[in-house]
Every structure is written in C-alpha cells, then in structure tokens.
Ligand binder design. Structure first.
Ligand code: ATP
Ligand code: 3PG
Length: 394
C-alpha cells in the first residue's frame, strides 16, 4: 500500500483521533456480534503501547443526523473495556468543549470513545466545519474503519484534510489482502458470487470476470442467469431487466476463457417460508409456482470440487436462504469446503457471507474475513475508497 500507516508516525504523547467501524449489531442494549470490535484491537493496543492518547470515533446504525438513544455507543465502550482489560471512558458528544476537557485529562495510553458521529447532520454530508471540529481534538488522524472506507464522510474523509492522516493496522491488512488478490492472484483463482440481487453485484461480476479463472454463481441472483439460459424458474427471484446482462456475462466469460458455473440443481419450496414444503429438483425441473431457495447437493459438490482445486477463492454472498436451516445446505457446503481446502487462500467478502461462516462456526478456518460489507464489495468492483484516498501518501 502506498499510504502511510500508524507505523510511519511518531505517536508518543500525541492525541490520536482514530476512526474505527464499531457499527455492530445490538439487541436490548447489548452487542450481539463483536467481530468488528475485536478487529480494531491490534490498532488500539498499538496506539496505547506507543504512548498515544487514543480518541476513538465510530458510527452506529443510521440515525440520520439526530440523537437516537438506542444508537449511543455506550454499550460498545463497555465491551471494549472488557476486551482491552482497561477502563474506556465514553463521551456523550463527538466534539466540543466537554470532549476537549475530557481529552485534557487523558494520560498517555488512555482510551476515550466519542459518541456516534452520525448524530450530527454534518457527518454524512462531509461538512468541512464538522471535519475541522473533529480535527481540533487531535494531532494525528488514523483511519482503521475499513468497513466505512467507501463513505466520504466528515470522520472518514473530511478530517484527513486537516491533520496528518494515516491508516490503522486493520485498514492496512484489509487493503493488503484484497489488493493482492485482485492485482496479483495465485491461480487458479475462483470467485463465488451469491446473495439476493444481480443488481447489487453487476460491478463485482464485471470486474472479476477480467481476473478470475472460475466464476461461480449462487443465491437468489443465480436464477436470473438460469432463466437467461432458457430454463423455467417458477417463482424464484428474477430480475427481468437483467436477463440480457446475465447473457452478456456468460458470453464474456466464454470469450475470456473463464469457466462459468451456475446451479445444476436446486432446493425448491412451495412458498417463501421457513416451514415450506420443499424438495430437490434438477435445474430444468423447477415447478411453476415453486421457488428455488438454495443450490442443490449436486451443485454443491461441483462447487466444492472447484474450491478444492483453487489456490485463491473470494466469496461474497450466500448460496441460498442460509438463515433457514432447510435452505442453508448449499451455503454450509461452500463454507465447509473452504474450511477443508488447506492449500486454498480463502477471502470472505464481509456482509452475509461472513455472517454465514460465523453461524457455521468456521470463521477461524478461513484465511481472511473482511470486516467490510459494502466497502469490500466496492473494492472488488475496482472502485477507489474515499477513506483511503484521503490518507497521506508514503
Ligand atoms: N435463492 C434465494 N432466494 C431468495 N433469497 C435468497 C436466495 N439466496 C439467498 N437469499 C438471501 O439473500 C440475502 C443475502 O443477499 P444480499 O445481497 O442482501 O447480501 P450479500 O450478498 O451478502 O451482500 P453484503 O455482503 O453486502 O451483505 C440473504 O438474506 C439470503 O437469505
Ligand atoms: O456496516 C457497514 O457496512 C459499515 O459500517 C457502513 O455502514 P453504512 O452502510 O450505514 O454506511
């Protein structure tokens, strides 16, 4: 990476404004998945060990510029204190005189968590006054929020124009792994793209078609491709206006010598429900009125074979409705085969695929699980991330 990192700057005694992505799921005031908090810990402890005063900032949810009590970061501060084994102070605002006074009192190695930056309307507008108010709190800006790096907001982009700005260790690692995969991949290189909609994955498929040896399609979006091939898909998810595009992707794959895989069988259901009647059928036998909610076992076997024979696999989006046990088999099979493929470097592109891998308790068997959903998707589309662009060059 050609951007400066925390390792390139003097931190002792410095006030460091460190943007993290603590946008974690919460239920009844408790953090229900702390993956993103844990992922930020190497940078936080590095800053502490170097003798910095660590001022953490994050968004949580989408409060749209207003204070929303349930979206305060107080429970996150509590969990972070436990994980660090050190008391983390929590401010009720994200800038201003009270916050400045709290920072005045900090010793080297202390940690303060600011309030949800999205309580301020200027955050998402990338308002320069708000960015300056954040910058006034600190000597150095560290961006470790890979998950929010695709957002040009005051705390992810604007602030970087006012004080020296460097990346954190998580940001560096994410960019390193995803960057290497896309620019200099080990081969055979396979991409597995699933999820609900073709619409959301057009850019990723387009970009990856230029780079991969194998492209595997699954999830709800697969059925637009199945339809494009001329099969009937019953009530399965279909984006009618993307059929021509799906055809053009298949033609392009052929031209480029990319092997294109789509389901050969499916688990179909009579209705979109957890308890629906279901059965496995060949892809040319999807009954009218039924819908395909998972890839079938034959497809899973073919996909597993491709995975086992790949050196690098990038996976984004589940193969079926993995939240429901009846339709989780395909996603589980892909996750298991990635876990078993010892010679394969497996990159999980965040979001639902990361959630699936967690659910199946296979997270520690993956080579890299991205903390970014939208951010990793945009990176895989080949887009530049504003939160990264704004950092100081080496
Ligand atoms: N065959 C299918 N029919 C209907 N829904 C499906 C099917 N396969 C998967 N899904 C649903 O798609 C959803 C995930 O797709 P979505 O595009 O929202 O996320 P994603 O691909 O993981 O992207 P991100 O990484 O941004 O979260 C899941 O909730 C899953 O239940
Ligand atoms: O959860 C995420 O993907 C990031 O935290 C970004 O959140 P956002 O989509 O609300 O900007």
């Amino acid at each position: 990476m050609n951007k400066k990192s925390v390792k390139d700057v003097e931190l002792k005694g410095k006030r460091v404004f460190c943007r993290v992505d603590f946008n974690v799921p919460m239920e009844d005031g408790k953090v229900t998945d702390e993956t993103r908090i844990r992922a930020a810990i190497p940078t936080i402890t590095y800053l502490m060990d170097q003798g910095a005063k660590v001022i953490l900032a994050s968004h949580l949810g989408r409060p749209k510029g207003k204070v929303v009590e349930e979206l305060r970061l107080t429970p996150v501060a509590g969990r972070l204190s436990e994980l660090l084994g050190k008391d983390v102070k929590k401010a009720d605002e994200a800038y201003g005189d009270t916050v400045k006074a709290m920072i005045e009192e900090m010793e080297q190695g202390d940690v303060l968590l600011l309030e949800n930056v999205r309580f301020y309307p200027g955050e998402e507008k990338n308002d320069s006054d708000l960015a300056k108010s954040f910058a006034e709190l600190a000597d150095i800006y560290v961006n470790d929020a890979f998950g929010a790096a695709h957002r040009a907001h005051a705390s992810t982009e604007g602030i970087a124009h006012h004080i020296p700005a460097v990346s954190g260790l998580l940001m560096e690692k994410e960019l390193d792994v995803l960057g290497k995969a896309l620019s200099n991949p080990e081969r055979p290189f396979t991409a597995i793209i699933g999820g609900a909609k073709v619409k959301d994955k057009i850019g990723v498929i387009e970009n990856l078609l230029e780079k991969v040896d194998n492209l595997i399609i699954g999830g709800g979006l697969a059925y637009t491709f199945v339809k494009a091939k001329g099969y009937e898909i019953g009530n399965s998810l279909l984006e009618e206006d993307k059929i021509e595009l799906a055809k053009s992707f298949m033609v392009k794959a052929e031209e480029k010598g990319v092997k294109f895989y789509m389901p050969v069988d499916a688990v179909v259901a009579e209705e979109f429900s957890q308890q629906a009647n279901s059965k496995t059928v060949s892809i040319d036998e999807i009954p009218a009125e039924w819908m395909a909610l998972d890839i079938g076992p034959k497809t899973a076997e073919i996909y597993s074979d491709v995975i086992q024979n790949s050196k690098l696999v990038i996976w984004n989006g589940p193969m079926g409705v993995f939240e429901w046990q009846k339709f989780a088999g395909g996603t589980r099979a892909v996750a298991e085969s990635l876990a078993e493929a010892n010679d394969t470097y497996s990159v999980i592109g965040g979001g639902d695929s990361a959630a699936a891998v967690e659910k199946f308790h296979l997270a520690d068997r993956m080579s890299h699980i991205s903390t970014g959903g939208g951010a990793s998707l945009e990176f895989m589309e080949g887009k530049t991330l504003p939160g990264v662009v704004a950092l100081n060059d080496k």
